[in-house]
Design a protein around this ligand. Sequence first.
Ligand code: NAD
Length: 496
Amino acid sequence: MKQIPLLINGEFVASQSSQLIDVTNPADNSVIAQVPCATEQEVQAAVASAKEAFKTWRNVAVPERARLMMRYQALLKEHHDEIAEILSQETGKTFDDAKGDVWRGIEVVEQAMNIPALLMGETVENVARGIDTYSYIQPLGVCVGITPFNFPAMIPLWMFPLAIAAGNTFVLKPSEQDPMTPTRLAELFLEAGAPKGVLNIVHGGAKEVDQLLTHEDIKAVSFVGSVPVGQHIYKTATDNMKRAQCFAGAKNHSVIMPDANKAQVLNNLVGASVGAAGQRCMAISVAVFVGKAKEWIPELADMIGQVKPGLWNDKEAGYGPLISPRAKQRVLSLIEQGKQEGAECLVDGSEFSLPGYEAGNWVGPTVFTGVDEQMTIYKEEIFGPVLCCMEVEGLEDAIALVNRNPFGNGTSIFTASGAAARKYQHEIEVGQVGINVPIPVPLPFFSFTGWKNSFYGDLHAYGKQAVRFYTETKTVTSRWFEDDIPHGPNMTISLR
Ligand code: NAD
């Protein structure tokens, strides 16, 4: 059985650990590899290697660091489809979806290519007579990334390229459920010329993460994953005096005004709700119909009901299986709870199974209507192909509903009215807003700005905020006395 290696000090090495976790193909739950839980010594060695590499990496010229990212971007593009295929095997994502996962990561590497401009500080001449003040942006040291299963290419790439381009070194702890994709990303990073120790990878779960969070040589922690783990990581990292940014769960609402373009709304909501089996932190899981827009619910349900889950290489497949039997069980039990708590199940995917792949983690598209705020399917993040439809009287009610929700990752509004869109974008307490765009994930020259229970910290992922997160500002105030200017036969400087 293939065992996923660790990456320590520039070498891919087999772990000495006897504790192995199966990596499965979610389409049939066959075991395709095993991932080790790194030993304490191995985690220690990864951090020590990153610490050692920092001594020289921080002094590498910034354009040289940018060039590493340029070579990496070219390699990622060259191997784009191959990475996507690995990704599809271990996540079950359709090939198109897997390619999107890789591509969104490449875009962050393109941002890291831009690092010289992003590291520019500020200057003011003559803050007092003859005194100048200027600032430099300097790296922190060893940074850590802990990533979830649902974007095994994009989310590691949210983290290590910008951190490393800014002069830091990195230890990545990828999701134990799909570690093959991040391993391939790291192989290509070495091939691009990354010096040894600049990027390290350890595998495992809670225990290995806790060792990193409490390690005195770690300066900053980036996490993406679920709410309870995000809260634990934020508290532990900051208790141990580290910088932390923790991206957590979501419940994203789309508000549909009756003046919206119906065909666009329906087409957009199908992909935004059940695409990627709903396992996207920006998936639309609640559609809020304002006034007469509720008349569109049966047609939307009908369209969603026609989406067919399937294998990664089936071009007709709308999405693949859920990541694990546990995830499937969770989603099925939430669907059951929705029915018991009185929501009307217009499309029920709980019996779906793909012929020949009955052992896989399949859940068919599911649509509930008549959902209210007290129901478990509304309160909890389902993270499955399930859309909850709700109805309200007016835009004010929709805004109040979304603002009462404890999550604040993304939201969208569909309308033909600029005034309604403007009011929504201004008043909504959610960090990423789409106007006639269902899933408003910003490109990496902006930042990924979730709010409320979807994010713990202050500086967000990628863009300028990530560069701030991974750096310190050093402010220099400087004065030079004219009397000290050397004079001599060849050194006379005329000051006038
Ligand atoms: P998860 O929280 O189970 O795991 C995330 C990472 O944390 C993994 O690497 C895992 O090994 C590690 N981990 C798990 N338990 C731990 C513990 N007790 N202590 C320390 N580390 C631990 O998340 P997941 O199921 O892999 O991912 C799905 C979740 O991620 C969803 O809630 C989704 O909304 C969220 N997510 C959020 C964003 C965002 O930007 N807000 C993006 C993608 C995914």
